[in-house]
Design a protein around this ligand. Structure first.
Ligand SMILES: C[S@@+](CC[C@H](N)C(=O)[O-])C[C@H]1O[C@@H](n2cnc3c(N)ncnc32)[C@H](O)[C@@H]1O
Length: 267
């Protein structure tokens, strides 16, 4: 069961992560990982968005999910806890000529909205930064109208706990603001505990080259070397899950594995 919302004061980890996002705001608007991809089309199809709907996009970043949804719904409220990120999203979406997007600062774990307000809540490639992802799921469930849908896309871990830990270490080495990702059974559990019915979940894969992926986060050559070592030494279960290729070479690559999961608030 979801408890009452937290004290709205951000903790130190959250402030550090918000400062980091604020510094990199422009990069998220132009990032190909965030701007394009089959996953955005899948998210939109799964939502079955309707022209009468009001949607909430949590942790909107550069605004790519809000932009994708906007032509299909009455209004999108794009939220993020980093103000420079919201400004960047607004400038980007305004430049596309869309007028039905509104912007509001909001912490995913303490949403400043009344209950039963939204037909659709989305959150793409962000929940692994939240210190309390379950609190975010509860808050999403609270603000959804009965019958409304929560769609989360985020890093997906394997069920094998040891392999999952290894992959988490790899991700955190590259990005210290990576807090925690989850396996499918954990996402399902959080949705069910928050009172949502899980209608759908699917894994998505996207191939990436390790060096440019690490350099985008400003990783030093020493960190890149350690990422190489983790790839070379990856246990079989990790190598298979991540589809590690050409480990230890300049062409080293792997798959990002995401979940696309949808929970529905009972009508
Ligand atoms: C990778 S970006 C999101 C990408 C975006 N959703 C998209 O579809 O392109 C991650 C975002 O999460 C935001 N964020 C991280 N923790 C948050 C929190 N607790 N509440 C609200 N936003 C948060 C960051 O400021 C950042 O803008």
């Amino acid at each position: 069961m979801c408890a009452a919302p937290h004290d709205p004061q951000p903790d130190d980890a959250k402030s550090t992560s918000r400062d980091r996002f604020s510094r990199f705001a422009a990069g998220y608007v132009t990032s190909a990982t965030h701007a394009q991809g089959h996953d955005l089309d899948r998210l939109l199809a799964l939502s079955e968005a309707q022209p009468t709907w009001i949607a909430l996009d949590i942790a909107t970043g550069g605004g790519h999910t809000a932009l994708k949804l906007a032509p299909h719904v009455r209004r999108v409220i794009a939220t993020d806890y980093a103000l420079p990120m919201l400004d960047a999203a607004r400038a980007f979406i305004d430049a596309q000529g869309l007028e039905n997007v509104r912007y509001a600062p909001a912490d995913a774990e303490n949403l400043p909205f009344a209950a039963n307000r939204f037909d659709l809540v989305t959150c793409r490639i962000a929940a692994h930064h939240f210190p309390d992802a379950y609190r975010f799921v509860c808050e999403s469930a609270r603000v959804l109208k009965p019958g409304g849908r929560l769609i989360v896309q985020d890093h997906l871990l394997p069920d094998d706990a040891q392999a999952a830990k290894y992959i988490e270490a790899f991700e955190r080495l590259r990005d210290p603001s990576h807090h925690q990702a989850f396996a499918d059974y954990e996402w399902r559990g959080m949705c069910l505990d928050a009172g949502l019915i899980v209608d759908h979940s699917e894994p998505l894969r996207r191939a990436a080259k390790m060096i440019p992926w690490a350099e985008r986060q400003g990783c030093s050559p020493a960190v890149i070397e350690r990422l190489h070592i983790l790839m070379v030494q990856a246990p079989e279960a990790v190598a298979a899950w991540m589809n590690i290729q050409c480990a230890g070479t300049a062409d080293a690559g792997f798959d990002h594995v995401y979940t696309l999961i949808m929970g529905r608030k009972p009508a």
